[in-house]
Design a protein around this ligand. Structure first.
Ligand SMILES: NC(=O)c1ccc[n+]([C@@H]2O[C@H](COP(=O)([O-])OP(=O)(O)OC[C@H]3O[C@@H](n4cnc5c(N)ncnc54)[C@H](OP(=O)(O)O)[C@@H]3O)[C@@H](O)[C@H]2O)c1
Length: 436
């Protein structure tokens, strides 16, 4: 389909562009600036500003087969209504899809309900007080022969962006991870690439008049996100709860209320009906060892193939950490190559061969995490060959609550990894104590 996309330069719009193009659609991007944007998978670029609805006249030509409207509303009811009319009127009588982007904040606090679905009444918080009216205005286009659809994303994460990036920035600047409001606040979340796939599914298959929650995880404790954001920022400390009135000084009262909103929202309907499969790593994993903590990469070209290899290497290191923190001997041994691996400990003891490593692990791992443990972060990957990598790590001693043990030195392990039959494993590893 030829798809007009507003908000195409934005966080969500960038991912939607890529997934539309990958699914064989042609993106016509509506942008405020006429500057060309090299590298975007756009078929064409049109200039328009949703603050000036007249500038949208003519954007939806007869060749446009679908509209995805991602540019944010202005909050001025007349302007926002005029924007919907400018984009939807040319589709009348065609049965073509018009997908409007709202958000889960229109549901308000969800209280004790386990997971709120699309049939729940709206109860918007102030920052999106006008949005249910826009949703209704969009859905009214069904009567005019438009396949009008509303998508309500949860808190979007991934690609190092979105609101979780604010948590990372704040942890870095404050030297302490923080979250806002009560300590048991939960956010419904969605990975930006999973969400982009939902937009593709919506134009391809959503029926007229439907509303979909774009939610991968229905209720993620924000305290966990804050702790993970601290890790992404290199701040291993217990997250601090900031009261909403204090947060309002930083973010303004409306956004502070939104950050403190407790919600549990179901994305089950889109899975069941549209066949949506949100399967990217969850927000905590993404913060701890994904896009929020970039790794220096050498010896391989930039691109999705290298990204996938680095992600697989990070998963291997996460497995080392998990096995060590939970004293799981077999899983720890599973990270090593069977053929002649070598491991030199931080104390200089060289374990040569799988049997030596297994004997040592069985002796020292049980009980090793009784009082404290360690976290491992990948800092540098050098691909010596596509299937051989030298990986520099940072190992930090932590308590069980993830806080740094200040008087214990860090480690600087180096792993040589080999990829056999599609799986990265440790061929050789050596740790060095970092004496600051
Ligand atoms: N991020 C989330 O967690 C989340 C969650 C739920 C709902 N949403 C909603 O999803 C939509 C997209 O969010 P996002 O996170 O991708 O936002 P974003 O990164 O700020 O991107 C906004 C996009 O809209 C464009 N835009 C802004 N004002 C415009 C105007 N007056 N006319 C035309 N285009 C304009 C921007 O273009 P320029 O390049 O010209 O600035 C940019 O492409 C928004 O409606 C947002 O409320 C977001």
């Amino acid at each position: 389909m030829k798809v007009l996309l507003t908000g195409a330069t934005g966080y969500i719009g960038s991912a939607v562009t890529e997934h539309l193009a990958a699914a064989g659609h042609h993106v016509v991007a509506l942008t405020r600036s006429a500057d060309p944007q090299p590298g975007r998978a756009w078929h064409a670029q049109l200039v328009g500003d949703t603050a000036d609805p007249a500038s949208l006249a003519g954007a939806v030509t007869p060749e446009i087969e679908a509209v995805i409207h991602l540019a944010p509303p202005s909050g001025d009811a007349d302007v926002d209504t005029a924007v919907i009319e400018a984009l939807a009127t040319p589709l009348r009588g065609t049965g073509r899809p018009f997908v409007y982007t709202s958000g889960v904040w229109v549901l308000g606090a969800t209280g004790d309900a386990r997971e709120v679905g699309e049939q729940a009444p709206t109860n918007p918080i102030d920052i999106v007080g006008y949005r249910p009216r826009i949703e209704q205005r969009v859905l009214a286009e069904v009567a005019e022969g438009v396949r009008a659809v509303v998508v309500r994303p949860g808190i979007v994460y991934g690609r190092g962006g979105g609101i979780p990036a604010i948590l990372v920035d704040r942890a870095r600047s404050q030297g302490m991870p923080e979250y806002y409001g009560e300590q048991d606040v939960r956010w419904p979340t969605v990975h930006v690439d999973d969400l982009a796939e939902l937009f593709v599914a919506a134009i391809e298959r959503a029926e007229a008049g439907t509303v979909w929650h774009g939610v991968g995880d229905s209720a993620v404790p924000v305290r966990d996100l804050a702790r993970a954001a601290g890790r992404a920022a290199g701040v291993l400390a217990a997250p601090r709860a900031i009261p909403v009135d204090q947060a309002a000084h930083v973010f303004g009262p409306l956004f502070a209320d939104a950050l403190a909103l407790d919600q549990s929202v179901s994305g089950a309907a889109a899975r069941a009906t549209l066949g949506w499969r949100p399967d990217r790593p969850g927000p905590v994993a993404e913060l701890v060892s994904g896009s929020y903590r970039p790794v220096e990469v050498f010896g391989a070209p930039d691109g999705p193939q290298t990204d996938a290899e680095v992600a697989a290497i990070r998963r291997l290191v996460a497995e080392v950490e998990h096995a060590q923190q939970n004293e799981l001997v077999d899983r720890f041994l599973g990270v090593f190559r069977q053929e002649d691996p070598v491991w030199t400990t931080a104390h200089g003891e060289r374990l040569s061969g799988f049997e030596d490593i297994a004997t040592f692990t069985r002796k020292v791992l049980p009980g090793a995490a009784a009082e404290s443990t360690a976290v491992y972060d990948v800092e540098r990957v050098l691909f010596l060959r596509p299937d051989i990598a030298a990986v520099n790590l940072r190992q930090q001693p932590v308590r069980h609550d993830g806080t740094r043990i200040a008087d214990r030195p860090e480690g600087r392990p180096l792993y040589i990894l080999a990829k056999d039959h599609g799986t990265w494993r440790i061929a050789a590893a050596q740790n060095t104590v970092a004496i600051a």
